[in-house]
Design a binder for this molecule. Structure first.
Ligand SMILES: Nc1nc(=O)c2c([nH]1)NC[C@@H]1CN(c3ccc(C(=O)N[C@@H](CCC(=O)O)C(=O)O)cc3)C=[N+]21
Length: 285
């Protein structure tokens, strides 16, 4: 049996249609949702992602502003721009594309963003709020994964979930969200002894390692839900995930592809957070 494919493009299209309606209603009442994106340096992958984000905004009727800085930009200039955007009531979301050049202190840049406009959910205060179950912007990639699971009615209460990867932007918030939804969560990483022991008992396996085709079919429990968060560019220019799709799909029950899986959902959740932020700001006036 081969797994069913969880199509992130199709789910994104549906959700983005709903977001476009919300954005249009807000615009009609005088608050067009607006996302500001800051890109430092010329990393080609970052440029592609930022282009996808700006195009996604456009299509949903969300205004986007793009600010580009050279690789050797001064952190003070970028922090000055963030301060300006924080103070601008017409801007509802601020995203600083990561990774930043090495001479930047990533943490201090993320911390400079107003938590009301932190649509990435990377600010330490938003992370803390999320961990305590308070209202917060949820990081887009793990939030997109949760939406994918919800769309398929994957039952999480009591489920065994295994997350491979412990990054601040995917692994850790993913584990928090799955825990909050009632799953029993195991977070694996490069120091994990006998990784296969863990992955083979997962009802839900989330791969966020950053290594192409790392998760193979023999690591998957028959019928499991396999979520591939990886975006790796192969030498031939093709995109591939952290999961060896060909072998894993023969074992899994449900699997996300790359491209066309979690990636588009990440952008959809960014648009959702931006609309949400605009809605909150419209309610205040
Ligand atoms: N502050 C910040 N926020 C982010 O959300 C953020 C970031 N920095 N830095 C980099 C990662 C990566 N990321 C992706 C978003 C969409 C796709 C995406 O749309 N992928 C398409 C294919 C795109 C392609 O062809 O390259 C797909 O999987 O189908 C991929 C990756 C957001 N990130």
């Amino acid at each position: 049996m081969t797994a069913r494919i969880l199509d992130g493009n199709a789910l994104s299209a549906k959700l983005r249609g709903e977001l476009a309606e919300k954005a249009a209603a807000l615009t009609a009442r005088g608050t067009q949702p607006c996302l500001a994106v800051i890109l430092v340096g010329g990393d080609p992958a970052s440029a592609v992602y930022v282009r996808n984000k700006v195009a996604g905004c456009e299509k949903a009727g969300i205004k986007s502003l793009k600010f580009e800085y050279p690789q050797d930009a001064s952190p003070a200039d970028v922090l000055g721009k963030i301060a300006e955007l924080n103070a601008d009531p017409a801007v509802h979301g601020i995203l600083v594309q990561l990774p930043l050049p090495k001479h930047f202190d990533e943490k201090s840049v993320l911390e400079a963003i107003s938590i009301q406009k932190d649509v990435d959910g990377f600010h330490a205060e938003n992370v803390g709020r999320l961990s305590q179950g308070q209202e917060a912007f949820v990081p887009c990639t793990p939030n997109g994964v949760m939406e994918m699971l919800k769309s398929e009615n994957v039952s999480l209460r009591g489920a065994e979930a295994v997350v491979i990867g412990r990054s601040n932007i995917v692994g850790k918030p993913m584990a928090m969200l799955l825990t909050a939804a009632g799953a029993t969560v195991t977070v694996c990483h490069s120091g994990t002894r006998d990784l296969n022991f863990h992955t083979r008992r997962a009802d839900i396996l989330v791969a966020a390692i950053g290594k192409p085709k790392f998760v193979t079919g023999d690591m998957v429990m028959p019928g499991a839900v396999v979520i591939d968060v990886g975006i790796n560019r192969l030498p031939d220019g093709k995109l591939c995930g952290d999961v060896d799709f060909e072998s894993a799909k023969e074992v899994a029950g449900l699997i996300t592809p790359v491209p066309g899986g979690v990636g588009p959902m990440t952008i959809t959740m960014l648009l959702a957070n931006t609309v949400e932020s605009a809605q909150r700001s419209a309610q205040k006036t």
